[in-house]
Design a protein around this ligand. Structure first.
Ligand SMILES: [Ca+2]
Length: 255
């Protein structure tokens, strides 16, 4: 890892104004080249918790320490460092010093996984938003002995009422490089279908996968996704009936 910016300012968090949604910009905007970055944070006095430190280009936040997406692909741009939310553990003032570390120009040097909770191992729909249907569940072996996720302890079982359902996740993706989606599904019979659509937003989704699976058996689907122009991609999983889904993975294709 290359240390590229120990920001020249500090974020003051604390005092009587602790609690929620502070937006304390520090320093001046600085230029970054495109790449994968990790946000870390240190404190020089006091202690803090439940604190989110990130960078912003004045339109959106990214690479936020204290959240799941502390590792982000940042396009070339100018950024500022901010504290989005800060809680001082002892009620006093805390100085937080954000540190942005550049990881790599190319593929995510860590897991490479772009999705959050693609294996549903949080035990719930964390990272996903159900946008159609109802009564869907993330179920695990603890719920019933016969439940067998493809891997881990949990899986998605969609459309409990036998209705169509959809699940969305908005993903930060590297631009200009192809991606690969893989997922496992089990459809109970040969009729039930699963589709995946992707696009820059909900108005511009393109269907990239449609499968009826392999009945009761777990079935792997794999599809290559052309390079995206936008650095945010909406991924939607659609089922027309009760389908089991697990190990959804989106990665950058290694060129
Ligand atoms: Ca799983």
């Amino acid at each position: 890892m290359t240390f590229v910016n120990n920001h020249d300012g500090t974020c003051m968090v604390g005092g009587t104004n602790t609690g929620s949604n502070q937006y304390n910009g520090v320093g001046t905007f600085f230029a970054l080249e495109a790449g994968w970055y990790s946000m870390e944070a240190t404190t020089v006095d006091g202690d803090y918790s439940d604190t989110t430190v990130g960078v912003t280009d004045n339109t959106k936040y990214a690479c936020e320490y204290g959240r799941y997406n502390s590792r982000s692909w940042l396009p070339a741009n100018t950024y500022n460092a901010v504290v989005r939310r800060g809680l001082s553990s002892d009620g006093g003032e805390v100085t937080i010093r954000p540190v942005l570390v550049k990881l790599a120009d190319g593929p995510n040097p860590e897991s490479g996984e772009l999705l959050v909770n693609g294996g549903f191992e949080s035990g719930d729909l964390t990272g996903w938003t159900q946008t159609a249907g109802n009564d869907s569940n993330v179920v695990g072996a603890a719920d019933a002995d016969w439940i067998a996720p493809h891997s881990g302890d949990w899986m998605l079982r969609s459309s409990q009422g036998g209705r169509a359902a959809s699940f969305d996740q908005t993903v930060k993706v590297p631009t200009g490089v192809p991606l690969r989606l893989t997922l496992w599904s089990a459809h109970y019979n040969s009729e039930r279908t699963l589709a995946v659509e992707v696009g820059p937003d909900v108005q511009h989704l393109t269907r990239i996968l449609f499968t009826s699976g392999d009945g009761l058996n777990w079935h792997e689907s794999m599809v290559d996704i052309p390079a995206q122009e936008a650095d945010v991609m909406l991924l939607r999983i659609i089922t027309d009936n009760v389908v089991r889904v697990d190990d959804v993975s989106l990665t950058q294709t290694i060129l």
